[in-house]
Design a protein around this ligand. Sequence first.
Ligand code: IMP
Ligand code: MG
Length: 208
Amino acid sequence: MPQSHIKLATRAKVPTRWRKEVASVLITDRMLARRITELGRQIERDFAGRDMVVVSLLNGTVMFIGDLIRQLSHPLRLDFIGVSSYGKGTESGELVFTKELRLDVRGRHVLLVDDILDTGRTLSRVTAKLRALKPRSLKICVLLDKPSRRVEKVKADYVGFTIPDQFVVGYGLDFAEKYRNLPFVGVLKPEIYSTPKPKAAAKSKRSK
Ligand code: IMP
Ligand code: MG
């Protein structure tokens, strides 16, 4: 069984502050730290001696990328691509690039990092864009993977946790830009994202 399929049922209590909005804790801060250390070791081994560029997608990787690269002790370059999806509620919509890559990745070994692989639409667009820049190799690392939701044929080379089809927030992941600051990954209560919105606000911006 791959490491990412570890048992996710936690007994951790949702902190009082978040109890109205978050139904349960899916991944605790300790589980995150332990798994990211393992991912770091694996990546370090695979990229040893290579000219590595880490490309992280904003904004969802804000916590993950800091914790991950702290585990990598060989020289690397870091850059960000900004992507926003305009969709309704928890469905991803049209992708818009909000920040372009600055570093030259031609001939380099690229590790693309994202918070979650869901339908795969984001990563299939971003990998196509990166491949056009002719990196020597391109690998994908995601903290979370929801394989049951896949629409595009995208596979991650490094997966922190494989999770069921539930909308999760925290540790960088948002709903309508909120909840990124939770130090754990929690399941959002469905009533939070299924609340009917006034017509004018229905097309909400869901930044990554
Ligand atoms: P995809 O394009 O459908 O694979 O979606 C990827 C992006 O959608 C992620 O980078 C997240 O920003 C967002 N996303 C997908 N599932 C979730 C979730 O459960 N919680 C929060 N954001 C999510
Ligand atoms: Mg998002």
